[in-house]
Design a protein around this ligand. Structure first.
Ligand SMILES: *Cc1c(COP(=O)(O)O)cnc(C)c1O
Length: 377
């Protein structure tokens, strides 16, 4: 048997894993788009008309009108000048960082930034790296003199942060980062993977949430989470996006997004542009779940988003908690060291817009039962 949990159904409020149906409280399907009828129809219609594959990289003959439509609509949705779509958020971070930064440039990064940012910084070959304590602007300010005196002549300083931190659900202090970046002449990049479709009006993301349009140079997003399909993108100035289309190796040397993926994503952007109904339902469910767990005595940490950690502490208890929930047909991922610091193990819950309150009640009941049994509450 494989160590992977194999899903045998669509991704919905419930999933079937190896023959058993579970309440799904741990997917990134924030808006329920992964199995949405409108996305499916768009993908099927596009397949009928255009086939499935694009058979080439974008720079050769793989660029389809659907890609252009998606990029135009994404840029408009994000209120940015331009957008480039890649086949993953991981690759989008690689492209954004490797194309912008070289050996003598300077990178400034939050210590809890996503693995794809860490890998991209390595790939860039950058020799001047400064890591600040998580979301700690005092720590960053203390390091500014060293940051400003590092690097070669004409060096670029790039400050990089996740938008929403995936283990705690807290939001980056973006307004303060904008001020600091302006002060030292740095570029600012945010990876909004868990903020896309979640934060801001209609789910436009963290920049919209803080009303900082035009003040963040590079916005990276994923199409694999709330957007429900797969892929990644970068938005920014027309000049920046043109540079990526000409130079990013992750754009030039790997195949374009497939036809059904692209068509489904256009439908997702159209839906979000037209209505914020799903985003509102997501937040309503997140508040419902969080409040009920807090009332029952659980510690939900520092979350400000629909990522809801249930803090447990011990690694063993967290794993046992996850197993016991599974016995009760509830799927919720235990997160343990090294994903989070030792003795801060937790369950990570992620409600979706498509859960009903009755679904959540069932989850809450099971979590309270197991929490009581394991003396977490
Ligand atoms: C999920 C995630 C990614 C990777 O996105 P994919 O589209 O799955 O490659 C990148 N950055 C952050 C912060 C993420 O949470």
């Amino acid at each position: 048997m494989s160590y992977l949990d194999t899903v045998e159904s669509q991704q919905g409020a419930r999933i079937v894993v190896r023959g058993k149906t579970y309440l799904n409280l741990c997917s990134n399907n924030y808006l329920g788009f992964a199995s949405d009828a409108r996305l499916k129809e768009a993908a099927i219609a596009a397949i009928e008309q255009y086939g499935v594959g694009t058979t080439s990289v974008r720079a050769l003959i793989g660029s389809h009108s659907l890609h252009e439509e998606l990029e135009t609509k994404l840029a408009a949705f994000k209120k940015a000048e331009a957008a480039i779509v890649l086949t993953g958020g991981y690759l989008a971070n690689m492209a954004a960082i490797q194309t912008t930064i070289g050996k003598d440039d300077i990178i400034v990064s939050d210590e809890l930034n996503h693995a794809s940012i860490i890998d991209a910084v390595r790939l860039s070959g950058c020799q001047n790296k400064f890591i600040y304590k998580h979301a700690d602007m005092d720590d960053l300010r203390r390091q500014l003199p060293k940051i400003q005196s590092a690097g070669g002549p004409d060096r670029t300083i790039l400050i990089i942060t996740d938008g929403v931190f995936s283990m705690d659900g807290d939001i980056a202090p973006l307004p303060e980062l904008v001020v600091i970046a302006q002060k030292i002449g740095a570029k600012l990049m945010v990876d909004d993977a868990h903020g896309e479709g979640v934060l801001g009006s209609h789910g436009r993301g963290i920049v919209d949430h803080f009303n900082l349009h035009g003040k963040v140079d590079i916005e990276v997003g994923t199409l694999s989470k709330a957007f429900g399909v797969m892929g990644g993108f970068i938005t920014g100035s027309t000049e920046l996006i043109t540079t990526y289309k000409q130079k990013a190796r992750q754009f030039l040397f790997t195949n374009a997004l497939s036809i059904p993926d692209t068509a489904a994503l256009i439908a997702a952007v159209d839906i979000l542009t037209a209505s914020d109904e799903r985003v509102k339902a997501l937040w309503d469910n997140a508040t419902y779940l969080k409040t009920h767990l807090q009332k029952a005595g659980f510690n939900t940490g520092t979350t400000e988003t629909p990522i809801i950690p249930v803090m447990i502490g011990s690694e063993e208890t967290a794993k046992l908690f996850g197993e016991k929930l599974r016995e009760k047909a509830v799927m919720a991922t235990p997160i343990v060291f090294p994903m989070v610091p030792q003795n801060t193990a937790r369950l990570r819950l992620q409600p979706s817009a498509i859960h009903t309150h009755a679904d959540l009640d069932e989850g809450i009941k099971a979590i309270i039962e197991v929490g009581t049994e394991l003396k977490v509450i």
